[in-house]
Design a protein around this ligand. Sequence first.
Ligand code: GCU
Length: 338
Amino acid sequence: MRTTSRLALTGIATVAALTLAACGGSSEGSESGDGKTMKLALNQNEEHPSFIALEAFGEELSEATDGRWDIEVHPNATLGAQDETIQLVSDGGVDLSIVSAPQLENLNDDFVVFSLPTVFDSVESQMSVINDQEVLGDVYSSLEESSNFSVIGGLTQGARSFYVEDGPIETPADMAGKKIRVQESPVFIAMIEALGASPTPMAYGEVYTGLQSGVIDGAENNEVSYFTQKHFEVAPFWSYSNHLVGADFLIANTGTLDSMSEEDRAAFDEAWQNAADNHTELWSEATESAIADAEAGGATFSEVDAASFTEALSPLIDQFVTTDSQKALLEAIKGATE
Ligand code: GCU
């Protein structure tokens, strides 16, 4: 396992922290007796199942702790893009954030396992292990010392597929030379290269204008993001590559967690598990309506030649799972899900 040294606060994160402090709160959140209202950073909008499930998480937590602990969800990346909110959670300016697995890959390369094709073959199998630290070992606590936060657990991102501006993709050959937006991660970059396309790392919130202006020709995501971020308006050809089932993680500042009594921490963990279950239930319905709504808005959904994608992407496992701890994590996941 490789972990980086404690994160340095970036200029942007500093500005965000100062803005928070100036808005009345402090970077410590609003204190109330034993607990406080924790700020949770999210890059999705209010229609997204993550926002809905996380709002309910806060309500349940507040009820269970007689109002000592509460959560204020800040949607639409108003507290920053995910790489910035990781810095803020590390520093304590923000208590909680939802971040995509590839963002953590840069801090501990064991996290690559969660983003590789073929690791999870369905949302159900992914969710059966993603909140189970008995299966996953100590990967979620691995960043406590180096980065000052813990991973509490995961939410599904569903299966991710490609979408482009100019016609359906059937095989990787149809992607040749296309500029495809990826999350800022070596695995995603390698994945696009393996398909013969050209990867362009970019923050989630910039994808719409990237597509609109032609900086990128396409992107990959799940149907819910495709619809809620309105990407279908500018890249109407969705092709079901289903190349991987992605994961989001809830990360929490260590100091905030340590300041919870044992009882309140148990309430927090229980409310989180309920939020994750609730999110999984909301997910399939949200996916169905995202497809219908995007189709009504002019998008087309088509199948790909799945075998040609599998062939191009399967070498990634051997390329990226190289250390003993990565191999142990992969084996643990496979052992629990197959
Ligand atoms: C999904 C995921 C986000 C992530 C985004 C992306 O929507 O839930 O956490 O930021 O994909 O592609 O960047």
